[in-house]
Design a protein around this ligand. Structure first.
Ligand SMILES: *[C@@H]1O[C@H](CO)[C@@H](O)[C@H](O)[C@H]1NC(C)=O
Ligand SMILES: *[C@@H]1O[C@H](CO)[C@@H](O)[C@H](O)[C@H]1NC(C)=O
Ligand SMILES: *[C@@H]1O[C@H](CO)[C@@H](O)[C@H](O)[C@H]1NC(C)=O
Ligand SMILES: *[C@@H]1O[C@H](CO)[C@@H](O)[C@H](O)[C@H]1NC(C)=O
Length: 901
């Protein structure tokens, strides 16, 4: 039994509670226990305020409200008796809650569809905001006892107070137990009630998330959302407005710590960071408020979350106003977002204007305002609360009026009242047309929660009592049906768990465990032209959905611009975030993207790679197509190579002209003039074919360049080869049988050989180029802002055959020339050919590795270089000595000189 454990915890040493152990579990135990509790309470905590309201009915529901507050807590100085501090501070909001309950019960009793034939009653009790008194009130309601301490048993009570207590005791004569209590104005009370009561409690104000635990508090319900949801709503606001650097000031208790914990969990991974958390203790509020103000001033966070009770917020705002810190945006929890005390405090308006907050959902209750305005003591003669309200508001005593009216000549002195004697009321005092907090129903909020709680209870009772065969004496009606006079709390609990109805306001209502679906209002504190602040509804939070009219918000800056609260401004496009070591994720550096990477969004985490054909622009904000790169006539390398090639061609032409002019001289004639001319032409072709490699590669230039290169070189080398053979043949003619050879290998055969050798190359080229010709292609493998356009070898075999054939001819030529180099001759051409072929072979052997390893367009340059180098080699080695003799040593250009040994 949980209430036993509570008793033991609260009063572990009190002997009377220990007496209960043997009797628990029975009704008898409960009754006896109650008396003991009452006795203990009366002597320890003083007499509870016995203010309340009650109305009898078939089913009576209980209500616990903190109408009064005992401001000064117990004095523990042991110089005075701690007992009987009167409850003071008659508050109007709880009074409105009480009348909302009364109104709801009356409305339900008038409703023929809900609880037909069952009259609902209520028993309302003031707990004076103290758990023990709430407990006692609840226990007495459940037990059906009237709350009375045996006052006279205690000699310590002053007679005046005893007198007052006796006069003001509410006549709770009915001893009908209540199955359900609406109340627990704080989470603590809610916990205690749920732990000790078997019957059900429905709270309208307890927001502690702990109370959602169904295993611990199975009989607890509430019509106010758990604090988890408001912290979540705030997190959504922060995410929605991109506030990534937020400060927090929280009450140093479960409320504050839990709220900020939920907030942090909710924003985790969403890029929102908490810049600081300042805790505030109620006991050291002045010091804590100063500390919090200093932190707020020092921080770069412009948005501050505050989870505190409104009196603490007041202190904090006063401190901020004193320091002229007015440019911060505050996010309010429901504990202070609708506080009239703060809204109406002009000293705070500079700091507090623009506050955006989460508030308990408010709905209008139709008829409630006229009900409140219609309240009058003359209609409710037994209503102690209304009488006290009348005394406080109108400064007159309504009860006296009545007695005056009844007996005109009254000699009895006016009633004793702790404020003194009050004049009797005239009777015309009325709430009709009075502008008063009590009659203002524009912001019902908690009041509406009370109203909902009554309706939830009524619907549960309706389900429980609307047993189809309640009246018929069927066999098992005892187990399935309850009578209004014997409502089983367990049965009621079952029905309350499944209650699902539409309120008179048209809203769907059901419980999810202990809770109702979270619904909050979003409010904004806006400056009025008069300089004060007013509460403006911005929208709603419905579960996880934020419905918000953003244009209606007036921010603390006074403008419509959403305040910016960040640790570091988000990174511009072209850069990426880089975390700073040891700092929250919201503080970071911006690092420019690398080559070939880009970021086109603000605040990107990564730079993206550009696609293959693209490269990042200078600002790294986008990808642009890569520039085509090839060896062109416009660049230095191209111009140089072109110049060298053209020079080569010109020199070859010049040699050709010289040979033509001196074609009759022995020097030209001796050396097979026809082959020499052919060689010069082929060399010229070699020089010119290098030009085909320069410029933008196209389908045709790719094919033509390789063919031209291959054929002109084969032509060149085969000329040399035939020349060598001729030399060899001529000098071997002295031997027998050589005659025939030299006769057979005449000029036409020589021409034919050249043609034949060249034709082989032509066939190779034709086959290669017709099957898989080189294609102009972009070389994407190489990274950079440029992409090389090159003639890609689709068939390496073809290229290798062309090169290989040239190489083969060159080698044969080299070998033949090597054999012929020692032959006796004054002008032995074979020597020159050997030398030129050595250069030729050296160049092309060096070419292969250079070609393979050159990047991009430089492969082409390497090939051109090889062509030019080998061509120049041939040109100079073979023709330079001849031209030297022809032009500069004409005396040696004689047959005699040539033939001389
Ligand atoms: C407070 O700050 C405002 C603007 O920041 C300035 O105009 C005003 O003079 C300050 N007041 C005091 C008392 O420092
Ligand atoms: C409540 O009733 C309505 C309509 O009858 C239904 O749509 C809704 O799902 C019910 N809700 C729950 C939680 O049972
Ligand atoms: C939003 O607020 C503005 C300014 O108060 C108002 O003009 C507008 O009608 C509101 N929009 C909606 C959808 O409520
Ligand atoms: C950013 O780049 C992505 C991918 O290249 C593209 O889909 C997107 O439209 C770009 N966004 C902007 C704002 O340019």
């Amino acid at each position: 039994m949980s209430w036993l454990s509570w008793l033991l915890i609260v009063r572990p040493s009190s002997a009377p509670s220990l007496l209960l152990v043997g009797m628990l579990g029975s009704q008898l135990g409960l009754r006896v226990g109650l008396q003991v509790v009452q006795t203990v309470m009366c002597s320890q905590w003083g007499t509870p305020s016995s203010q309340g309201l009650s109305q009898d009915g078939d089913v009576v529901i209980g209500g616990l409200f903190s109408l009064n507050h005992q401001h000064s807590a117990l004095n523990h100085d042991y110089t005075t008796l701690p007992h009987y501090k009167p409850c003071t501070g008659f508050a109007l909001s709880p009074l409105k809650y009480i009348y909302a309950m009364v109104f709801a019960v009356e409305e339900i009793n008038l409703n023929t569809a809900l609880l037909p034939g069952v009259r609902l009653g209520y028993r309302i009790f003031d707990s004076c905001a103290r758990h023990p008194w709430a407990t006692q009130g609840a226990l007495s309601m459940i037990a059906g006892e009237s709350t009375s301490c045996n006052l006279t048993a205690h000699g310590s009570i002053s007679d005046v107070y005893a007198e007052e207590m006796r006069v003001r005791r509410v006549p709770l004569s009915s001893s009908q137990p209540v199955p359900l209590v609406i109340g627990g104005a704080s989470s603590q009370t809610g916990k205690i009630l749920s732990k000790i009561l078997e019957p059900i409690s429905i709270s309208y104000l307890a927001t502690c998330p702990c109370l959602s635990d169904r295993r611990k508090y199975p009989n607890f319900f509430r019509t106010i959302p758990s604090d988890i949801y408001q912290a979540r709503a705030m997190a959504q606001l922060a995410i929605h407005f991109h506030w990534t650097w937020i400060g927090a000031v929280v009450a140093n208790n479960d409320y504050g710590h839990l709220a900020i914990q939920v907030f942090q969990e909710e924003v985790k991974g969403k890029g929102v960071c908490v810049a600081f958390i300042e805790s505030i203790n109620r006991e050291t509020i002045v010091r804590d408020a100063r500390q919090a103000a200093l932190t707020i001033q020092a921080s770069r966070a412009k948005v501050i979350l505050i989870f505190c009770w409104y009196t603490d917020v007041e202190q904090l705002f006063l401190e901020l106003a004193r320091r002229n810190i007015t440019d911060r945006q505050y996010l309010a929890s429901e504990a202070w977002s609708t506080s009239n005390d703060l809204l109406q405090n002009v000293a705070l308006s500079k700091v507090a204007s623009g506050v955006v907050g989460v508030a308990v959902h408010s709905s209008a209750i139709s008829g409630f305002e006229s009900f409140l305005r219609g309240l009058h003591p003359s209609h409710r003669p037994h209503d102690e609360l209304l009488r006290q309200f009348w005394e406080q508001e109108f400064g007159c005593s309504p009860g006296v009026t009545q007695s005056d009216n009844q007996s005109n000549i009254s000699t009895s002195p006016p009633r004793l009242h702790h404020k003194g004697y009050l004049p009797p009321c005239i009777g015309t005092e009325s709430l009709e047309g009075l502008q008063h907090v009590f009659t203002d129903t524009s912001q019902l909020r908690i009041t509406y929660n009370v109203y909902l709680a009554v309706y939830a209870a009524a619907h549960a009772l309706h389900r429980l009592l609307s047993c189809p065969d309640r009246d018929s004496p069927s066999k098992n009606n005892a187990s399935t049906c309850s009578s209004p006079h014997n409502v089983s709390p367990l049965e009621l609990l079952k029905h309350l768990n499944n209650v699902n109805f539409t309120t008179p306001q048209g809203e769907r209502f059901y419980f999810q465990g202990a809770d109702i679906p979270a619904k909050y209002d979003l409010v904004n504190w806006q400056k009025t032209p008069e300089g004060s602040l007013k509460l403006v509804l911005l929208g709603q939070v419905d579960g996880f959905d934020l419905h918000l009219n953003q244009s209606a918000i007036q921010w603390s800056t006074g403008s419509n611009q959403v305040p910016i609260s960040v640790c570091t401004k988000s990174c511009p496009p072209g850069t990426r975030k880089a975390r700073r070591k040891g700092e929250p994720v919201c503080c970071f550096d911006c690092i420019p993207c690398g080559d070939g990477e880009f970021s086109n969004k603000t605040g990107s985490l990564h730079c993206e790679q550009c696609p293959l054909e693209f490269w990042s622009n200078d600002k790294r904000t986008a990808c642009i197509p890569r520039e085509l790169d090839f060896l062109s006539f416009n660049e230095t390398l191209g111009i140089t190579l072109t110049t060298v090639a053209v020079c080569g061609a010109v020199v070859t032409t010049a040699v050709f002209v010289v040979f033509l002019c001196y074609s009759h001289t022995p020097m030209v004639r001796a050396n097979n003039s026809e082959l020499s001319f052919l060689l010069l032409v082929s060399l010229k072709l070699c020089f010119l074919c290098s030009l085909v490699f320069i410029g933008r590669p196209s389908v045709w230039s790719c094919r033509f360049q390789q063919a031209a290169f291959g054929i002109s070189f084969v032509l060149c080398v085969s000329c040399l080869q035939v020349k060598t053979i001729v030399v060899l043949a001529a000098f071997r003619s002295a031997r027998p049988g050589a005659e025939a050879l030299i006769r057979w290998f005449g000029p036409s055969q020589q021409r034919g050989s050249v043609c034949l050798l060249t034709c082989v190359q032509i066939i190779i080229c034709a086959t290669w180029l017709s099957h898989s010709p080189p294609e102009p292609q972009r070389d994407l493998g190489f990274k950079g802002s440029k992409v090389t356009l090159e003639c890609a070898m689709t068939s390496v075999v073809g290229f290798a055959l062309v090169l290989g054939y040239i190489g083969l001819l060159a080698c044969i030529c080299l070998i033949l020339a090597f054999l012929a180099r020692k032959l006796p001759d004054n002008f032995n051409e074979a020597k020159l050919i050997t030398f030129s072929m050595l250069i030729f072979c050296a160049v092309w052997v060096a070419f292969v590795p250079a070609y393979v390893s050159s990047p991009g367009k430089y492969t082409v340059a390497v090939e051109i270089f090889a062509i030019l180098a080998s061509s120049y080699g041939l040109l100079f080695c073979i023709f330079a000595p001849k031209c030297f003799i022809i032009l500069l040593r004409p005396e040696r250009n004689t047959k005699k000189h040539l033939m001389a040994k």
